[in-house]
Design a protein around this ligand. Sequence first.
Ligand code: MCA
Ligand code: AMP
Length: 529
Amino acid sequence: MEPGGESLWRKVGLKMSQENLFAALHAAFPKNLDTVAVETDHGLNYTWRDLDRASAMMANLLDGLKLPKGSRIAVQVEKSVEALMLYLATLRAGYVFLPLNTAYQSAEIDYFIGNAEPAVVVCSNANFGWVSKIAFKAGTKHVFTLNDDRTGTLLERTAHQSDQHKTAVKKADDLAAILYTSGTTGRSKGAMLTHGNMLSNAQTLKSYWGWKKGDVLIHALPIFHVHGLFVAIHGALINGSKMIWLAKFDPKFVIAKMPEATVFMGVPTLYVRMLAEPSLNQQAVRNMRLFIAGSAPLLIETFTEWQQRTGHTILERYGMSETVMLTSNPYAADSRHAGQSERRGGTVGFPLPGVKLRVQGDDGKALPVGEIGNILVKGPNVFQAYWRMPEKTKEEFTAEGYFKTGDVGKIDERGYVVIVGRSKDLIISGGYNVYPAEIEGYINEMPGVAESALVGVPHPDFGEVGIAVVIAKPGAQVNGDHIVASLKAQLANFKIPKRCFVVSELPRNTMGKVQKNLLRDQHKNLFSA
Ligand code: MCA
Ligand code: AMP
C-alpha cells in the first residue's frame, strides 16, 4: 500500500483488517437507513436500507455459487438501481466487477469475455441468446439476466437469499474491478483497479470537491465507465448523499430537477446539450453548488457560455480508466498553490492531493514550466497492472513507477495542468473512446479495400467524431455508405465513423506513413455549425 493509505480506512472508522471499498462506502450510509438514497426518473424511491438489504442478498447469491477467489463478474446491462446494487454486491462479496458498455456487439463481447474469463455473466433478457452462447463457450458457469424493469433471473434468484451479509475481508491491494481500455494500438487492455485505488480517490475527491451534508447528485451518466460508476457513485455514497438517477441523459429532465439537487457531473456533450435548452437559466440552478466536467476536453466556448447563462463556473477535471481521477480545478482555495481558487477554463487544474504528475520530453527528462511534453503520473489511485498483459504493463510504467498516460500537455506558471493533445491514437467522441486501429482493422478486411485511415474531426455535439478515409484496391468498386452500414452490423454504435470517403490516395510522409494530421486538417470543417 502507498504511504498514507492506512489513514484512509481509519478516516472512515474501519479497522486495518478490513480494507474492502464496500465497507468504507457502507460506513458512510446515513444513520437513518429509511431515508431516500436513490430517486429514479420513473418516480421510484430506494432507501439506504434497500441498498443495504439488496446488495446483501445479491452478495449471498454470489457466495452461494462457490466461485473461485478473484472471480470476475461481467455485467452488460442497461442502467438501473438494481445494476448499482449488483456492483455493490460484487464488492461486498469480494469479487471483481467487470462492467461492459451496452453498445458492444458480439465481436466485442466475445473478446472481453474470452480475455477476462468471468465466472458469472449478467446480461439483459434481450441479449441472453448470443451473450450466453459466448459465455458458455468461454467456460463461464453462470449466466443471469437483469433488465431495467426490475425483472430477470438474477433478481428471481436473489429473492430467496438472506438480507444479512458479512462483508468479505479485503486488503487495499486486492482487485476490485477491471475496466477495459486501450491506450495505444492493439486489443483492449483490462485495467486492474484495487479497493485501495478507488477508496483513496473517493476520499480525496470528497474533500477536494467540498462534498457536504445535504448534497444531492444528479446522476445522468452510464454506469459502465469510470466517470459514472466510480467518480459519481462513490462520490455520492461516501458522502451519504442522495442521487437523482436518470436511466438516460435527458437535458430537459436534468434542468427541471436541478432545484432539488446540488451537484452535477457530465461529459462536455451533456453541457452542450443543456445549453441548447431555453429552460437553463439562473433560476433553474439556484440551489446547485457544483458542476463538474471531464472525460474529454471542455471547449472554452462551452465553459464561458455556461458561466454567462448560469453564473456557475464549471470545474473541469482529468482522469483515466487506469487511474480514476488525476487532476482537478480547485473547488475552494488550494493551500498547496498559494491559495488559488480560480477554476480556469481550458485547464484541468492541479494534480489531486497525493498524485504526482510530471511532464517530460521523449528523452525522459523533466521539462520546465510551460513546455509541452508527455504526462506521467504516480499515486495511490494508479492501477496495478493490465489484466494478463505483464509486458504491456511494464512498457507503460517507468523504472520509478510513473505511469505513461499517453496524454500530452504542460504545467502553466500557476501550476495548472493543460492537456494539449494525445500521443496515443485515440478519438474521444461524446466521452466515449474510439481506437482508430480497431475500426481501420474492420474496414481493411472488407472486400475491395486496400487501406483506410480513421481520424477525429471537431463536432458541435460530440466534441470530436471519427471519419474514415479509404482507398480501394486497383479495379475494385468501394462505396463509403456500404462500409458504414457494414461496420454498424459489427461494432458499438459510437464507434461508427460519421462519414466515409473513398479517395484515390492517402497523404504520406517520406517513410510512407499516413499523415493523419493532414486528413484531420482537410476535414476539420465538415461538421462546423
Ligand atoms: C451516441 N452516438 C454517438 C455517441 N453516443 N456517436 C458518437 N459518440 C458518442 N458518444 C450516436 C449513436 O451511434 C446513434 O447514432 C446516435 O448517436 C443516437 O444514439 P443514442 O444512444 O440515442 O445517443 P444519446 O443517448 O444521445 O447519447 C449521447 C451521450 C452518450 C448521452 C452523450 O454518448 C453518453 O452518455 N456519453 C457519456 C460517455 C461517458 O460516460 N464517458 C465516460 C468515460 P445512429 O443514430 O447513427 O445509430 S470514463 C472516462 O473517460 C475517464 C476515465 C474520465 O476522465 O472520466
Ligand atoms: P479512458 O480511456 O476512458 O480512461 O479515457 C481517458 C482519457 O480521456 C485520458 O487519457 C484523456 O485523454 C481523456 N480525458 C479525460 N478527462 C479529460 C479532460 N478533462 N480533458 C481532456 N482529456 C480528458
